[in-house]
Design a protein around this ligand. Structure first.
Ligand code: FES
Ligand code: FES
Length: 407
């Protein structure tokens, strides 16, 4: 039974540190080794959510009462709000993200869906991992015992009956033991906090036969939040422009406020980017994968995703096409951008205008680098999006003025 009377002892280490002392902690989350530099006071729940971007672990009471934050530590259910991350050096942690994949759910997840055991869903991750722990350790548990055994998680929507049915059905379907979590593989975790927080612990990783890293940048289905198309005529020969596009480091340096921080292999890169719009400052940490880089067609295509500390998330599918013209090179950028979180509050039109201006600045940097052959002359500070917004507003006012003038 998962309860607060039964604290997890495995995987814990004593740590002597002041609350704000930074402690290095290395553990494995859903099959991915990570190294975090964290203040000693940071709980496992906060480390997972804020530093690794694994927000499936929910936090309800932060007192070990509600069970929402239940995860598996070394195979046993544990309250992530009651553990300090620094105690878990060397531990194996599984969160709800590790249980199943969207296209291949764990049987418990399927059963929860089939039995309408998800209402608001807030308690669902806690129930799933508690139920997993129960069926894994006590596959012979009876239906009569289920309410007491699962009482360590509180559902504020009172959806208990369907939850119990879902767990009971899964138990009946797997009398010999419940399948293991099905989504534990190496991938890059993108944290919501700054600092060295979500680095794969490469140098301490066990030798593995696995291909380097399983990293998927999966764009949402459906229409992007904004679609950007920017065409820029550059008075520079194609070959010079392509030299910039062909070098990912130089290319990243041309993006306003962006910086590559790590080369992860297989055309995958980690980096950060900053944007400040008035009082709102967004600092994204993310990854980008180069899908195509073809000199013949002058095309480079990149998938990117990033998150900021406040939960703003952006994903993009960007294609740059350079083609030779009589006057130099035409550089065209096509981007499908998906925004969630507080960045989405800007609204489509404004976000679209800002993105367009950023691409224009990018094209200008490409022109400068292609012309001079020198590294981009820009700081990695947030680009002056305030100026971009002002310029955008001025443009709009001018457009309105022109329309009115034409009336
Ligand atoms: S948030 Fe951990 S038990 Fe409630
Ligand atoms: S489904 Fe809403 S809290 Fe349980």
């Amino acid at each position: 039974m998962t309860s607060i009377e039964e604290p997890v002892q495995k995987g814990l280490r004593p740590v002597r540190a002041e609350a704000d002392d930074t402690v290095e902690v290395r553990f494995t989350v859903n099959g991915t080794p990570v190294v975090l530099d964290l203040p000693a006071r940071v709980t496992l729940a906060d480390a997972l959510r804020d530093h690794l971007g694994l927000t499936g672990t929910h936090v309800g009471c932060e007192h070990g009462v509600c069970g929402m934050c239940t995860v598996l530590v070394d195979g046993e259910a544990a309250r992530a709000c009651l553990l300090f991350a620094c105690q878990l050096d060397g531990a194996e942690v599984v969160t709800v993200e590790g249980l199943g994949r969207p296209d291949d759910l764990h049987p418990l997840q399927e059963s929860f869906g089939r039995n309408h055991a998800l209402q608001c869903g807030f308690c669902t991750p806690g129930f799933l991992l508690s139920a997993y722990d129960l069926l894994n350790n006590e596959p012979e548990v009876t239906d009569e015992e289920l309410p007491a055994e699962l009482s360590g998680v509180i559902c504020r929507c009172t959806g208990y009956r369907n939850i119990l049915t879902a767990v009971s059905e899964t138990r009946a379907a797997y009398p010999e033991g419940i399948p293991e979590p099905g989504n534990c593989a190496r991938r890059t975790l993108v944290g919501r906090s700054g600092g060295r927080s979500a680095t794969v612990a490469e140098e301490h990783a066990e030798p593995s036969d696995e291909p380097a890293r399983t990293v998927e940048i999966v764009l949402p289905e459906g229409e992007p939040t904004i679609a950007v198309q920017v065409d820029t005529a550059l008075d520079v020969p194609f070959d010079e422009v392509w030299r910039v596009l062909a070098d990912v480091h130089v290319l990243a340096g041309c993006l306003p406020g962006a910086e590559l921080t790590e080369e992860l292999g297989e055309q995958l890169y980690a980096g950060r980017a900053q944007v400040a719009v008035g009082p709102i400052k967004l600092s994204f940490h993310g990854i980008a994968r180069v899908l195509e880089q073809d000199r013949e067609t002058g095309t480079i295509r990149v998938l990117a995703e990033g998150q900021d500390t406040g939960g703003a998330r952006t994903q993009a599918d960007i294609t740059l096409r350079a083609s030779a013209t009589a006057a130099g090179t035409d550089l065209r950028a096509d981007a499908a951008v998906y925004l969630t979180g507080r960045i989405a509050q800007f609204g489509r039109a404004l976000a679209g205008d800002i993105s367009r201006r950023m691409f224009e600045q990018f094209a200008e940097s490409v022109r400068q680098v292609a012309t001079t052959g020198e590294a981009p002359q820009q700081s990695h500070a947030a680009p002056s999006a305030f100026r971009m917004v002002v310029a955008t507003l001025v443009d709009r006012i001018k457009r309105i003025g022109r329309r009115r003038g034409g009336e």
